[in-house]
Design a protein around this ligand. Sequence first.
Ligand code: SAM
Length: 250
Amino acid sequence: APGLYLVATPIGNLGDITLRALGVLARADVIYCEDTRHSAKLLQHYSITARTRPFHDHNEDREIDRAIADLESGKRIAVISDAGTPLLSDPGFKLVRAAAAAGVAVVPVPGPSALLAALTASGLPTDAFFFAGFLPAKQAARRTRLSELSPIPGSLVFYEAPHRVAETLADMAGLLGDRQAVVARELTKMHEEIGRGSLAELADAATEDLKGEVVIVVGPQQAQAVSDETLGARLADALAVMSLKDAARA
Ligand code: SAM
């Protein structure tokens, strides 16, 4: 059927593509690719010969009119990005908004995403989380953003460039408090690695020359757990103060 198909592709391991995604790509009239040369490898691997067109941040505005006209004439357009689910820190949002406004079908074809792969493997709470995408590259803006995110009651998920992971973790340790966190690197690939610890521990362990693709997951602010012992001590202190006051009055 005609429509705009948002197709998730692998984040590393080429096996991570759904049967439905392969069918949709094979039958598409055109596949919009963030980078046609990059996607050619995936499409070749699965013998998909559909026509491709570049579709990225720099031509998205220009391409939208053509895409909507094509969709209105009954074409099937598939959108893919270099990795994972399109629109997640990847192009496509404006096109989907325009397609929805034009009343053409928008069809999600879900699959891999570094966001959910990292979150689910993190061992951190998944019941409520906030996807923060990429932090600003400049330190002042990054710190402001972290302060804004700090009160959110849930886990926080970030994409980050490998050479910035060390300084970002240090800023996080300073601004988010000492929460539990995970650095998930090269997910689904040969050198997949999931590092766990407190933000301070992970910041200490991180190096400037880190390589590969990274997601940082930060657990929620820990509720101030009070042990029975602490409670008992506080109660004893309070009672002592009260009896001192009584003694003073007497
Ligand atoms: N749309 C993609 C998705 O659904 O995951 C994300 C695109 S975003 C431009 C690229 C970022 O995603 C990387 O900088 C990294 O933070 C994260 N990422 C992508 N693939 C990854 C992988 N295999 N392991 C860890 N992080 C990955």
